[in-house]
Design a protein around this ligand. Structure first.
Ligand SMILES: NC(=O)c1ccc[n+]([C@@H]2O[C@H](COP(=O)([O-])OP(=O)(O)OC[C@H]3O[C@@H](n4cnc5c(N)ncnc54)[C@H](O)[C@@H]3O)[C@@H](O)[C@H]2O)c1
Length: 332
């Protein structure tokens, strides 16, 4: 039985709880940590009230009833919490972004490797049916050589964000490590890389803040990535407007046709011929990622979205910021 400590019991940790319930009998949450005692207690209570509550993750890591941690902290704490957990010999599932700089990523890589623990990045949308199946179909060669890829994750952060202080720790790039590109933009970036099945080589990005006056960072970014395979990907992310009509969560075009879809629906259109539409078995991405994390710990296998994938996503996003600052295409 894998014993798990939650670190950061705010908004998104609520979405992880169905995942921990789904692996009952294989893993159990034994501890919940948050500087807010109310938040830690709330999550512990939602899981039956047996988890020990901590305010300091270092004390929680000293608990010998914890084998693994699930981290959902503000971005500036990711590096320290992951390194401390690895050094305490705990396996790590971490929310995105892995961290906020390449130096931090190096520290994480060194600690994870030195302590031989499993690190998985919580790239939840790769456990949703359409992106997951698209990746498999593309890997299996269904569209042949890939020419073009597109991924999207946009939503209008609404009335609740239209007030001073409403963005909390996300309000400034200096606190959060970046704006929408590093935060929600992480999802279309890992999807683009995952469905490309190829290493990103070049990146260029443009961003702006169109619609969020109380956010001191970009609320929108559009990024282009060239892969080693020659395929070119485009991603769009925004907190300033909703998903554009007529576009898909993922879309790939290759020499034999196109694959596109979202959620539980995926379409395949041969280069010449009728569209095939597939209704896929529903899966909650957060549940899927937690099942995969538990599988990896039990079997000693490397997570599909692990250290390498987390660092690669970070390189693309930070390269995008650099491209904008220096007005040039960045080599990754
Ligand atoms: N996968 C997704 O779709 C998704 C969605 C939202 C957020 N996230 C990610 O989850 C993480 C958390 O985001 P959130 O929206 O839940 O934020 P949040 O502000 O709602 O929650 C963060 C929690 O961390 C606690 N905290 C802050 N400093 C702490 C410390 N030093 N020690 C212990 N606890 C501390 C806060 O009290 C709060 O309860 C971020 O990395 C974010 O990017 C992912």
């Amino acid at each position: 039985m894998i014993r798990v400590g939650l670190v950061g019991c705010g908004g998104i940790m609520g979405a992880h709880l169905p995942g921990w319930r789904a692996v009952e009998g294989r893993a159990v949450v034994t501890a919940a940590c948050d500087v807010s005692a109310d938040n830690a207690k709330k999550r512990a209570d939602e899981l039956g009230g047996t988890a020990a509550v901590y305010a300091d993750w270092k004390q929680m890591l000293a608990d010998d009833k914890v084998d693994a941690v699930d981290i959902a902290l503000p971005h500036k704490f990711h590096r320290d919490a992951i390194v401390d957990a690895a050094e305490a010999g705990k396996h790590v599932l971490t929310e995105k972004p892995l961290c906020t700089s390449l130096q931090e990523a190096e520290d994480i890589e060194a600690a994870v490797k030195a302590n031989n623990v499993t690190l998985m990045c919580a790239h939840n949308q790769m456990f949703e049916p359409a992106p997951r199946t698209a990746r498999k179909w593309i890997k299996d060669g269904r569209i042949g050589r890939v020419f073009s890829l597109r991924t999207i994750d946009c939503f209008l952060a609404g009335a609740a964000r239209q007030a001073p202080g409403a963005w909390g720790w996300r309000a400034t790039a200096s606190e959060a490590g970046g704006g929408c590109a590093l935060d929600t933009g992480y999802h279309p970036t890992y999807m683009l890389i995952s469905i490309a099945n190829s290493d990103p080589k070049e990146v260029v990005s443009m961003s702006d803040n169109y619609n969020q006056p109380f956010l001191d960072a970009e609320d929108t970014a559009q990024t282009m990535v060239r892969f080693a395979s020659g395929a070119v990907g485009t991603l769009q992310t925004s907190w300033g407007y909703p998903n554009p009509n007529g576009h898909w969560q993922i879309h790939a075009i290759g020499e034999l046709g196109q694959i596109y879809g979202r959620g539980n629906t995926l379409h395949f259109q041969p280069m010449e011929g009728e569209v095939e539409s597939h209704d896929l078995a529903p899966e909650n991405g957060f549940v899927g990622e937690i099942k995969h994390f538990v599988d990896c710990i039990e079997n000693g296998t490397t997570p599909e979205q692990g250290l390498h994938e987390g660092i690669t996503v970070l390189k693309v996003i930070l390269g995008g910021y650099q491209s904008e600052k220096e007005k040039r295409v960045i080599q990754i």
